[in-house]
Each structure stands twice: as structure tokens, then as C-alpha cells.
Write a protein that binds this ligand. Sequence first.
Ligand SMILES: [Zn+2]
Length: 478
Amino acid sequence: MSIAGRRGRMVLVGWVIGTLGAMVADGALAARRAQPAGDATAAALREQALASDAAWKLLASLTTEVGPRSAGSAGDKRAVEWALAAMKGLGLDDVRSEPVTVPHWVRGENSGEILAPYPQKVLLTALGGSVGTPEEGITGEVVGFPTLEALQAAPEEQVRGRIVYLDRRMERTKDERGYGEGVGIRRDGPATGGKKGALAVLIRSVATGNHRFPHTGTTFYGDAPKVPAAALSVPDADVLQAQLASGKPVRFHLRLTSRALADEPSANVIGEVRGATHPEEIVLLGAHLDSWDLGTGAIDDGAGCAIVLAAAKLIAAQPRRPARTIRVVLYANEEFGLSGARAYAKEHADELPRHVLALEADLGAGKVWGMRALAAPAGRAFLQEVGRDLAPLGIEWLEPAAFGGADLSTLEPAHVPLADLAQDASDYFDYHHTADDTLDKVDPKSLAQVVAAYAVTAWRVADSAVVFGPAPEPPPRR
Ligand SMILES: [Zn+2]
């Protein structure tokens, strides 16, 4: 082929490539032009949240000035005052407390000791709601079971008059699935043992990691005989299990002075960003204000409180108000019976049809990595579109449908649509419900990312006219 011929061809190829390139560029450009650039306010909220330490400061204030705040305690009352002052300080609208009566259980003194075959003190803590032992404590032979199911299947004579020990280990997962599958020994173990005549029930803490802190949490006796119930720290559970595996009889001494006191007044604390054109329509951002008494409730659920407060504050500070109202609800007593969530659903029953969407932050301060929805098709489609404003935060769309936080479960009968902003819970259950639930376990940058996700989602939903409901039947709870 002659040079001229070759040169001619090169020019042709160049032209084709150029033209093709241009066409592709035009196509992409056209496509990008077709896709709106995401919501400008959402983008601003995202950047402002990532650059802000407002949530961190709120959390530091709550864990320093209030600290442990279990239902009915003095800390609970201080928490209500703190939340009212915080909301007023943030400039939220219509800040109020709505009375809620809560049970008041106290942990008392908790101690445990292996007496034989190899005497050792162990670290344990009473399960929430546990009855106490006699003042001097109780002593008995221990019978171990690997799972709740094994205890359920055991003949009564194997259990009667003994101290039951449940050894099931919780799996570490990125979401709360491991907890959902592992919590059964705590929730139902004592009742199952009590029905078979056990003296008491001990469990391996429902926990990941191997810190020597026992993890508390509520147990539900239902109509079963109430027997003392406690959780051992993971390392102490290992020791007890090893002694049981020796095949020698294991004797244990347990002393709990836990007891229920009279109910106490508490409150749900509520504040809003009033909507500009449709104030009667509500986007609910929830978290629970109470915590267990062992730590300062930083990850459970101080982080959640700080997240929804900071997100609302950022939206209130925008040049323009959203069309709909954003309502922050800090619930009373989530840990020990959902008193606040029940009271809210009852008190606001007539408003629930105008609850456009509800979200709850109750899984620490780990980064959000996904979004789920439980909504009608139009709502799901809109939230998938909001995914574009969340994508820069590394958040993807997830299935199955959302199941909401525990406090939102009382909204299900009214088919209130829900969205989950799924947080990374990989190490949440290392500290969950322990004395180690403290501020230093929270990463300020991660906390800020969660605020960004909540602010963007709440803004987009509150500033839309989309109908998200009614929610379809929720998926089975984990
Ligand atoms: Zn919680």
C-alpha cells in the first residue's frame, strides 16, 4: 500500500475515531444532561455534614453531662432535661416532652463464683428485668447447653434444681443479623429454664469480641416462673465451658440483688423542622434516649440521638425549609419494654396516616453502607433515586425491605413506610450493653458520615410530594 494510500487511510481512520469519539461524548453528555445533577441542597447538606463536628459535640455533652440513663433512674430524668435543652439550643420548632410511664428496674449487686472443680470468680451482670437471689445468694450444680433449642429439648429432670448455662456464641456480622440470631438465649433462656425448674440461668454474653465485660440486656419471663438470670463475660464463659467440658461436676454460687421498683415518670422528647407548605405531613427521625446503666450509652443510643439531632439542625439551617415537617423523636425506654414507642403510637394515632416515612438510628456510629425501604412502589422508586445523592457517601441500595428500628415497630399496624440506613455494625456488639459503651469507642468522622446520610435522605423525602405509603407487610424481624 503506497504511503499516499496509507496516509489517506490514516486520515480516514482518524476522522472515524474522532467522529465516533464525539458521538460517544455527545451521547454521554446527553445522558448526563438527561440525568438531573442530584439535588443541590442535598449536595450542600452532604458536604456540610461531613465537615461538621456538631453530632460529636452533642454526643460528648450527653455522655459527659448525663451518662448512664436507664429507664426510671435519675439519669433518665436528667436525659429528658438534656434533650429538651439540646433541641431548644439547636433551634428546633415546637420542642416538647410527652409523658411516658416507664418500669424502674435496678441491677443491684451482681457476683458469681465457680466453687468446683476449679474455684474462680467470674465477671457477670444481671439480665434486664431479672429477679434477685436470696440475700446470701444461691449455690447449685451447673448443667450446660450449647443452644436454646437444646435446653428446650432437654428432659425436665436434667434441669430441675440445677443452674442452667447456655453457651451459644454470637456470630460477628456487618449488619445486626448475628445479634438477631444470637439474642434468643438472653430473651427466652431464663423463661425456658424456669419452666423446667432451674434454680437460675446463666448465659454467655450475646456479644462479639473477647473483652472481659459482661453484656446485659432484657430477658422476658412471660408467664414462666421467674428465676435469677445473668450473663458472663466472654472470657469467663470460656472458663465455665472449659470446666463443664472437664466432665467433673461444676458448682456455682450466684448472688444478684436486682429488683423491680415502682414505675416512674419519663418522657418522649420531640422537636421539629416545621414544613413550609405541608407541615401536617411528617418525616420521622427516631432514636432512643435511654441507655443501660453499665456504660455512658455512647453507641447505644447516644450516637443515634446525636445523629438525628444534628441532621435536623443542618436542614433547619438551609436557606429554604422543606415542604414537609421533619420530626425528631427521642424515645423513652427502648431497652426495657419500648414504653416510649408504645406511647408515641397511641398518642399520635390520628397523625400516623400522615407519617410519610420513618427512620431510626439505633446501631451505633458505624458508617452507613446501604439503604433499604419498606414502601409503596412510588416511594421505593424515589428512594432509589435518592440513592444518587447518597452514592458519594459510598451507600448502595439493599434488599430485602426495611424493618426499621425497635421503636418503629409500633408504627407497623398503621403501615407507616420505613427506610433503613444500614450502618456497619462489625464491632458494635463488642461494646453493646457493657460498661465499655463509652465515647472513646465512637469515630467522629464515621459519625459525621451517618449524619450526612440522614440529612440527605430526610431532606429529599421531606421536600418531595411523593406518596410512600401504605407500607406493604414487613419482612420477618431478625
Ligand atoms: Zn439501642
